[in-house]
Design a protein around this ligand. Structure first.
Ligand SMILES: NC(=O)c1ccc[n+]([C@@H]2O[C@H](COP(=O)([O-])OP(=O)(O)OC[C@H]3O[C@@H](n4cnc5c(N)ncnc54)[C@H](O)[C@@H]3O)[C@@H](O)[C@H]2O)c1
Length: 304
């Protein structure tokens, strides 16, 4: 049955891929985005777009459209910005969430999928963190994501929170935090050196945006999925390894520029056993293939 879904942050990186997937399977996707980071160009398909600040605007009228479900991707996503201005992070990531969730509950929306962050909530991980690992958010962004999960759990709508690892893929902005794959691809295409901070042995769990989207669709469709769910690969890749894959993906040489360490997390990796155990999801995209795809896109974009 065709469903009407509101995607907040739908003009952003992950949200726009959710929109594409919903439309591709015949659902009706609507987008709420203030375009502070999102871009019209990300909306490849003509979908209803409400350009609003979700933290400030009254949303009751918008919800008269009669949505079946909400995928809440909109957020202030920059950790450094959350440290510099925690009140702003709270306004967008907590007040904004409450505003959307409150309007959704009043309008009788039946399902709410909240996009949370594994990296920000678990902090430094030994091995891979599963959903029972005690949260250790180290900054306002992470603390607000954790608070957001609790707000969703207590709301009168069936909700699930997805803790994503480091997402990469087409449309990720190279000025986005954690967008190291996009940054490398852009710099390679421009013939610039790849910059690596510290020894390059810091590890991340890189998950392709298409695998994230399939987890979001699963959470959207399965009202029984409540609470928190990790979405990643369970495998950690160092920045040095990523750079090597990128160089291989371009089939060219590159200069590596070593810069002083930035005091970042050494290892961030999440365990996805719980989501895999549903039998309906597994990460399918290999990092080497995803990197080659980014290389092709970056070369095309640089040529135009
Ligand atoms: N990219 C990752 O690696 C990653 C990892 C973990 C979690 N997440 C989470 O996934 C979600 C999507 O992130 P993304 O990487 O696509 O970032 P993004 O910046 O591309 O998308 C966020 C979108 O929210 C919009 N937005 C921001 N403030 C708004 C407001 N007040 N009102 C309406 N719209 C607003 C922006 O314009 C943007 O389009 C976020 O909740 C983020 O915290 C992302």
């Amino acid at each position: 049955m065709k469903r009407k879904i509101l995607v907040t942050g739908g003009a952003g990186f992950i949200g726009s891929h959710v929109v594409d997937a919903l439309v591709a399977r015949g659902d009706e996707a609507h987008v709420l985005d203030d375009l502070s980071k999102g871009q019209l160009a990300n909306l490849a398909l003509p979908v209803p777009l409400y350009v609003l600040d979700m933290a400030g605007a009254p949303l009751a009228r918008l919800f008269e459209a009669g949505f079946d479900a909400v995928v809440h991707c909109a957020a202030q996503t920059n950790v450094m910005r959350s440290l510099a201005d925690p009140a702003l992070d709270r306004r967008i990531n907590i007040d904004g969430l409450r505003n959307v969730l409150g309007a959704a509950a009043l309008a009788g929306v039946r399902r709410f999928v909240f996009i949370s962050s594994g990296g920000a909530i678990y902090g430094e991980t030994r091995g891979a963190a599963d959903e029972r690992t005690p949260p250790r958010p180290e900054n306002p962004y992470g603390r607000h994501k954790l608070e957001g999960e609790r707000i969703v759990a207590e709301a009168p709508i069936a909700g699930a929170s997805l803790r994503l690892s480091n997402v990469y893929g087409p449309r990720q902005r190279s000025d986005a935090e954690g967008g190291v794959a996009s940054i490398f691809a852009e710099r390679m295409a421009a013939g610039l050196p790849l910059r690596i901070f510290g020894d390059g042995e810091q590890q991340r769990d890189f998950v392709h945006v298409a695998d994230v989207v399939s987890a979001i669709l699963l959470a959207l469709d399965d009202g029984g999925m409540r609470g928190v769910w990790n979405v990643g690969t369970g495998a950690a890749t160092s920045v040095n390894e990523l750079a090597a894959l990128m160089i291989e993906g371009f089939g060219e040489h590159a200069i590596i520029e070593r810069l002083p360490a930035r005091g970042e997390i050494r290892r961030s990796c999440i365990d996805v056993t719980k989501l895999r155990a549903t039998g309906r999801w597994a990460p399918e995209h290999r990092l080497a293939d995803g990197v080659r795809e980014l290389a092709r896109i970056a070369v095309r974009a640089y040529a135009t």
